[in-house]
Design a binder for this molecule. Structure first.
Ligand code: ARG
Length: 458
């Protein structure tokens, strides 16, 4: 089929040029959006009288039949079509003939592709937001199920203070909730209509952009035609949200990898979500988590690609922009399956309560509580810190725990100690005495679980 832009050319395109120029193999992802956009555009052209009613009906019928075939998997495109926009138009011409030639009135592929991509991105934002919600629900479910389970909390990957597992899990719920907020926020800026901007300057034809906006469910129009066809900041913002979500996922994955390692033994991987080794029969590998952690690199890479892609572009449209699609599609596909897997996997994690109890015994997790005990009894915190530190040294030198020390040994560090100090020294019970808002106190955490459960049930 002859090129749709062939008019001013004498000679044929070099076959290698055709190859590098072609985007159909990846931008066919936009086919539904492209057809919907064309339907709205044709409807508008008929509405304002730029298209005869009869032609408008023919075009609508033709586009509908293409859409049906695409959905049925009967993709009618020819491999030599340059991009999805040309492919749809060429197919429409094959189906309805002459009227198809009027579809591109008052439109350029530049505002067309920007419109398709915004439609696609908007749907992707909603899909990923739903996936994030799924992961949040799974985390809250486990937080509730494992209510009361105390584990060591870490800083610098060194045992620090006891925390509730639920508190640890809800930390990720908070992160994913902000990821959803950010997606919602950039959705509002994504959801504006570029179509009607033409190639870059608008058109002399009396189009009705509001009509198209309503048809396609955009909240507003892009107000500057040059901006509309040339920027892809909505893609950057989306990728930025996804990259950050992927970083959060990666951190969670790393935690689960540690928990399920044989060194920690805090949790066990379900058979359905782990893999074995082809040589070491005893292995149970956390491949899903490693993939989740590893795939975050691709999502972050996509963000970097888009930023670099846009950086040096002069106004307005440049073909560089054709390179915006694969990173976006890949990032969305990647985070989509990662989040889908995690939502299913998380509830299958089994925690080992006795392993958790064992981990609490060593590492002086009660040293901070010991210092705070002295503060309650009137000692300045710095002195309390020092007294507690001395006792840690005494215990450590003797291969003992703080609770193994005698009251006399304690009194040697500070005269403020009383017998009741020993009630404080069980790390398993410490979360019962955290009282600050947002901390790992048992009552607060229970309340947070209930709050999230309610929020996520809506
Ligand atoms: N395939 C192109 C893209 O993805 C469509 C727009 C092409 N416009 C043009 N004037 N060559 O960006």
């Amino acid at each position: 089929m002859a090129k749709l832009w062939k008019g001013r050319f004498k000679a044929a395109t070099h076959p290698v040029m055709e190859k590098i120029n072609q985007s159909l193999p990846f931008d066919r992802e936009l086919v539904e959006e492209d057809i919907r956009g064309s339907m709205a555009h044709a409807g508008m052209l008929a509405h304002v009288g730029l298209l005869a009613r009869k032609d408008g009906r023919e075009i609508a019928k033709g586009l509908k039949s293409i859409l049906a075939d695409v959905r049925a998997g009967k993709v009618p495109f020819r491999p030599d079509d340059e991009d999805v926009h040309m492919a749809v138009e060429a197919e429409l011409t094959r189906r309805i003939g002459e009227p198809a030639k009027k579809l591109h009135t008052a439109r350029s592929r530049n505002d067309q592709v920007a419109t398709d991509l915004r439609l696609w991105t908007r749907a992707a934002q909603d899909r990923i937001s739903g996936r994030l919600r799924g992961v949040m629900r799974a985390l809250v479910q486990v937080a509730k199920r494992e209510r009361g389970l105390v584990i060591p909390g870490f800083t610098h990957l060194q045992r620090a203070q006891p925390v509730l597992l639920a508190h640890h899990l809800l930390a990720y719920v908070e992160m994913f909730s902000r990821d959803r907020d950010r997606l919602r926020d950039c959705r509002a800026r994504t959801n504006r209509l570029p179509l009607g901007s033409g190639a870059l300057a608008g058109t002399t034809l009396p189009i009705d952009r509001e009509y198209v906006r309503r048809e396609l469910g955009f909240d507003g129009l892009c107000d500057n035609s040059m901006d509309a066809v040339s920027d892809r900041d909505f893609v950057v913002e989306t990728l930025s949200c996804l990259a950050l979500a992927a970083v959060h996922v990666s951190r969670l994955a790393e935690d689960v990898i540690l928990w399920t390692s044989s060194e920690w033994g805090l949790a066990k991987l379900d058979d359905a979500w782990s893999t074995g080794s082809s040589i070491m029969p005893q292995k149970r590998n956390p491949d899903l988590l490693e993939l989740a952690r590893g795939k975050s690199a691709r999502v972050i890479g996509s963000l970097a690609t888009l930023l670099v892609l846009l950086k040096g572009l002069p106004m307005a449209y440049n073909k560089d922009l054709q390179e915006d699609k694969e990173p976006l599609f890949d990032a969305v596909r990647t985070i989509d399956i990662v989040l889908e897997s995690l939502a299913l996997f998380i509830p299958t994690l089994r925690f080992d309560r006795s392993a958790a109890a064992g981990m609490l015994k060593d590492g002086f997790l009660d040293a901070t509580v010991l210092a705070e005990y002295l503060v309650e009894r009137g000692l300045p915190f710095r002195s309390a810190h020092e007294a507690s530190g001395k006792l840690v040294r005494v215990a450590e030198d003797g291969g003992r725990r703080l609770s193994d020390l005698t009251l006399d040994e304690m009194l040697a560090a500070s005269s403020l100690f009383r017998e009741d100090v020993f009630h404080r020294l069980d790390p398993a019970r410490t979360p019962g005495s955290y009282v600050s808002a947002g901390g790992s106190g048992a009552r607060d955490v229970d309340r947070a679980v209930a709050r999230w459960e309610k929020r996520l049930s809506k």
